[in-house]
Design a protein around this ligand. Sequence first.
Ligand code: SF4
Ligand code: SF4
Length: 205
Amino acid sequence: MPLDMVDTCLCMGAGLGIAQGVNHIEPDTHCFAFVGDSTFFAASITGVINAVYNQANMTLVVLDNSTTAMTGHQPHPGTGKTMMGDVVAKISIEGILKGIGLEYVKTVNPLDHKASVQAVQEAAALPGVKAIIFKSPCIAIVKSDKCLTVDQEKCINCRKCIREIGCPALVIRDDKVIIDDSLCTGCGLCSQICPMAAIGGEADE
Ligand code: SF4
Ligand code: SF4
Protein backbone atom coordinates (compact mmCIF):
# COMPACT_ATOMS: atom_id res chain seq x y z
CA MET A 1 0.00 0.00 0.00
CA PRO A 2 1.43 3.40 -0.98
CA LEU A 3 1.89 4.97 2.44
CA ASP A 4 3.15 1.74 3.99
CA MET A 5 5.92 1.34 1.43
CA VAL A 6 8.37 3.99 2.59
CA ASP A 7 10.40 3.72 5.79
CA THR A 8 12.98 6.35 4.93
CA CYS A 9 12.84 9.22 2.48
CA LEU A 10 15.87 11.50 2.20
CA CYS A 11 16.40 12.75 -1.34
CA MET A 12 16.44 11.52 -4.92
CA GLY A 13 19.02 8.77 -5.35
CA ALA A 14 19.78 8.37 -1.62
CA GLY A 15 17.70 5.20 -1.21
CA LEU A 16 20.26 3.03 -2.93
CA GLY A 17 22.98 3.91 -0.42
CA ILE A 18 20.61 3.76 2.54
CA ALA A 19 19.40 0.29 1.52
CA GLN A 20 22.98 -1.00 1.42
CA GLY A 21 23.74 0.51 4.83
CA VAL A 22 20.59 -0.86 6.45
CA ASN A 23 21.30 -4.28 5.02
CA HIS A 24 24.75 -4.39 6.63
CA ILE A 25 23.33 -3.29 10.00
CA GLU A 26 20.22 -5.48 9.82
CA PRO A 27 21.08 -8.45 7.57
CA ASP A 28 17.62 -9.97 8.04
CA THR A 29 15.90 -6.88 6.61
CA HIS A 30 15.41 -6.97 2.86
CA CYS A 31 15.47 -3.41 1.61
CA PHE A 32 13.95 -2.03 -1.57
CA ALA A 33 15.42 1.20 -2.93
CA PHE A 34 13.39 3.26 -5.38
CA VAL A 35 14.75 5.58 -8.02
CA GLY A 36 13.36 7.21 -11.14
CA ASP A 37 14.90 6.61 -14.55
CA SER A 38 16.50 10.04 -14.84
CA THR A 39 18.01 9.81 -11.35
CA PHE A 40 19.26 6.33 -12.21
CA PHE A 41 21.36 7.83 -15.00
CA ALA A 42 22.34 10.92 -13.02
CA ALA A 43 23.18 9.47 -9.62
CA SER A 44 22.69 5.74 -9.17
CA ILE A 45 25.00 3.72 -11.41
CA THR A 46 28.00 4.08 -9.10
CA GLY A 47 25.76 3.09 -6.18
CA VAL A 48 24.77 -0.14 -7.91
CA ILE A 49 28.43 -0.96 -8.61
CA ASN A 50 29.18 -0.35 -4.93
CA ALA A 51 26.27 -2.58 -3.86
CA VAL A 52 27.39 -5.46 -6.09
CA TYR A 53 31.05 -5.13 -5.16
CA ASN A 54 30.32 -5.00 -1.44
CA GLN A 55 27.89 -7.92 -1.63
CA ALA A 56 24.74 -6.14 -0.53
CA ASN A 57 21.48 -8.01 -0.33
CA MET A 58 18.81 -5.66 -1.66
CA THR A 59 16.45 -4.89 -4.52
CA LEU A 60 16.69 -1.77 -6.64
CA VAL A 61 13.38 -0.63 -8.10
CA VAL A 62 13.69 1.70 -11.08
CA LEU A 63 10.49 3.60 -11.80
CA ASP A 64 10.97 4.15 -15.51
CA ASN A 65 8.46 6.52 -17.12
CA SER A 66 11.03 7.54 -19.75
CA THR A 67 11.06 11.19 -18.80
CA THR A 68 12.45 13.63 -16.27
CA ALA A 69 9.03 14.42 -14.90
CA MET A 70 9.77 16.40 -11.74
CA THR A 71 12.56 18.69 -12.84
CA GLY A 72 11.62 20.00 -16.26
CA HIS A 73 11.18 17.16 -18.77
CA GLN A 74 14.73 17.55 -20.07
CA PRO A 75 16.01 14.51 -22.00
CA HIS A 76 18.24 11.91 -20.36
CA PRO A 77 20.12 8.95 -21.86
CA GLY A 78 17.06 6.69 -21.63
CA THR A 79 14.80 9.01 -23.64
CA GLY A 80 16.48 8.65 -27.03
CA LYS A 81 16.77 12.41 -27.58
CA THR A 82 19.60 14.84 -26.89
CA MET A 83 19.25 18.30 -25.40
CA MET A 84 19.43 19.69 -28.96
CA GLY A 85 16.54 17.49 -30.05
CA ASP A 86 18.58 14.96 -32.04
CA VAL A 87 17.17 11.45 -32.03
CA VAL A 88 19.82 8.97 -30.83
CA ALA A 89 19.97 5.38 -29.58
CA LYS A 90 18.61 4.99 -26.05
CA ILE A 91 20.89 3.61 -23.37
CA SER A 92 19.25 0.58 -21.80
CA ILE A 93 18.86 0.58 -18.00
CA GLU A 94 18.44 -3.19 -18.11
CA GLY A 95 21.65 -3.49 -20.17
CA ILE A 96 23.61 -1.36 -17.69
CA LEU A 97 22.41 -3.39 -14.72
CA LYS A 98 23.22 -6.69 -16.39
CA GLY A 99 26.62 -5.30 -17.41
CA ILE A 100 27.37 -4.45 -13.78
CA GLY A 101 26.68 -8.07 -12.92
CA LEU A 102 23.09 -8.30 -11.70
CA GLU A 103 21.59 -11.66 -12.55
CA TYR A 104 17.99 -10.80 -11.74
CA VAL A 105 16.81 -7.78 -13.74
CA LYS A 106 13.14 -7.82 -14.61
CA THR A 107 11.18 -5.24 -16.57
CA VAL A 108 7.50 -5.23 -15.60
CA ASN A 109 4.45 -3.12 -16.43
CA PRO A 110 3.46 -1.70 -13.01
CA LEU A 111 -0.16 -1.58 -14.15
CA ASP A 112 -0.17 -5.38 -14.32
CA HIS A 113 -0.79 -6.03 -10.64
CA LYS A 114 -0.25 -9.79 -10.69
CA ALA A 115 3.02 -9.62 -12.63
CA SER A 116 4.26 -6.80 -10.40
CA VAL A 117 3.60 -8.69 -7.16
CA GLN A 118 5.24 -11.78 -8.63
CA ALA A 119 8.38 -9.83 -9.59
CA VAL A 120 8.67 -8.30 -6.12
CA GLN A 121 8.29 -11.71 -4.46
CA GLU A 122 10.86 -13.30 -6.79
CA ALA A 123 13.39 -10.54 -6.22
CA ALA A 124 12.96 -10.55 -2.44
CA ALA A 125 13.55 -14.31 -2.30
CA LEU A 126 16.88 -14.17 -4.14
CA PRO A 127 20.25 -13.29 -2.57
CA GLY A 128 22.47 -10.42 -3.73
CA VAL A 129 21.57 -7.28 -5.64
CA LYS A 130 18.47 -7.56 -7.82
CA ALA A 131 16.56 -5.03 -9.89
CA ILE A 132 13.00 -4.54 -11.04
CA ILE A 133 12.30 -1.93 -13.70
CA PHE A 134 8.70 -0.80 -13.54
CA LYS A 135 8.18 0.69 -16.98
CA SER A 136 5.11 2.69 -17.94
CA PRO A 137 4.66 6.03 -19.73
CA CYS A 138 4.40 9.24 -17.71
CA ILE A 139 0.72 10.25 -17.37
CA ALA A 140 1.73 13.91 -17.71
CA ILE A 141 2.97 13.18 -21.24
CA VAL A 142 0.81 10.33 -22.51
CA LYS A 143 -2.63 11.75 -21.89
CA SER A 144 -5.58 9.42 -21.77
CA ASP A 145 -9.26 10.22 -22.06
CA LYS A 146 -10.24 6.83 -20.67
CA CYS A 147 -11.95 6.49 -17.32
CA LEU A 148 -13.29 3.65 -15.21
CA THR A 149 -16.42 3.71 -13.07
CA VAL A 150 -17.63 1.91 -9.94
CA ASP A 151 -20.75 -0.18 -10.36
CA GLN A 152 -22.62 0.73 -7.17
CA GLU A 153 -24.82 -2.39 -7.48
CA LYS A 154 -21.75 -4.62 -7.13
CA CYS A 155 -19.64 -2.48 -4.77
CA ILE A 156 -19.69 -3.60 -1.13
CA ASN A 157 -17.90 -0.43 0.07
CA CYS A 158 -14.94 -2.43 1.44
CA ARG A 159 -12.56 0.37 0.31
CA LYS A 160 -9.80 -2.07 -0.62
CA CYS A 161 -9.29 -0.07 -3.81
CA ILE A 162 -8.66 3.12 -1.84
CA ARG A 163 -6.39 1.51 0.76
CA GLU A 164 -4.29 -0.58 -1.61
CA ILE A 165 -4.02 1.66 -4.66
CA GLY A 166 -3.95 5.13 -3.15
CA CYS A 167 -5.02 6.65 -6.45
CA PRO A 168 -6.28 10.24 -6.08
CA ALA A 169 -9.09 9.51 -8.54
CA LEU A 170 -10.68 7.05 -6.09
CA VAL A 171 -12.72 9.17 -3.71
CA ILE A 172 -15.52 8.80 -1.20
CA ARG A 173 -18.67 10.81 -1.82
CA ASP A 174 -21.86 10.38 0.18
CA ASP A 175 -20.14 7.40 1.87
CA LYS A 176 -19.68 5.64 -1.48
CA VAL A 177 -16.50 4.97 -3.43
CA ILE A 178 -16.61 6.65 -6.80
CA ILE A 179 -14.03 7.49 -9.48
CA ASP A 180 -13.40 11.16 -10.25
CA ASP A 181 -13.37 11.24 -14.04
CA SER A 182 -11.24 14.39 -14.08
CA LEU A 183 -8.36 12.47 -12.45
CA CYS A 184 -8.76 8.89 -13.70
CA THR A 185 -6.36 7.86 -16.48
CA GLY A 186 -8.09 4.54 -17.14
CA CYS A 187 -4.98 2.62 -16.05
CA GLY A 188 -7.12 -0.30 -14.86
CA LEU A 189 -5.10 -1.02 -11.70
CA CYS A 190 -8.03 -0.62 -9.29
CA SER A 191 -10.20 -3.01 -11.32
CA GLN A 192 -7.56 -5.74 -10.83
CA ILE A 193 -7.75 -5.63 -7.05
CA CYS A 194 -11.50 -5.13 -6.49
CA PRO A 195 -12.82 -8.39 -4.95
CA MET A 196 -16.31 -7.82 -6.41
CA ALA A 197 -15.31 -6.96 -9.98
CA ALA A 198 -17.21 -3.74 -9.38
CA ILE A 199 -14.84 -1.46 -11.30
CA GLY A 200 -15.16 -1.44 -15.04
CA GLY A 201 -15.35 0.68 -18.12
CA GLU A 202 -12.81 1.65 -20.68
CA ALA A 203 -9.29 0.77 -19.44
CA ASP A 204 -5.95 1.39 -21.11
CA GLU A 205 -4.31 -1.76 -22.42
S1 SF4 B 1 -12.63 -2.54 -3.84
FE1 SF4 B 1 -14.42 -2.80 -5.16
S2 SF4 B 1 -16.05 -3.42 -3.75
FE2 SF4 B 1 -14.42 -2.54 -2.51
S3 SF4 B 1 -14.95 -0.34 -2.32
FE3 SF4 B 1 -13.59 -0.54 -4.08
S4 SF4 B 1 -15.00 -0.74 -5.81
FE4 SF4 B 1 -16.18 -1.20 -3.99
S1 SF4 C 1 -8.30 3.17 -13.37
FE1 SF4 C 1 -6.29 3.81 -12.55
S2 SF4 C 1 -6.42 6.06 -12.55
FE2 SF4 C 1 -8.53 5.30 -12.73
S3 SF4 C 1 -9.27 5.20 -10.61
FE3 SF4 C 1 -8.45 3.17 -11.13
S4 SF4 C 1 -6.33 3.23 -10.37
FE4 SF4 C 1 -7.05 5.35 -10.51
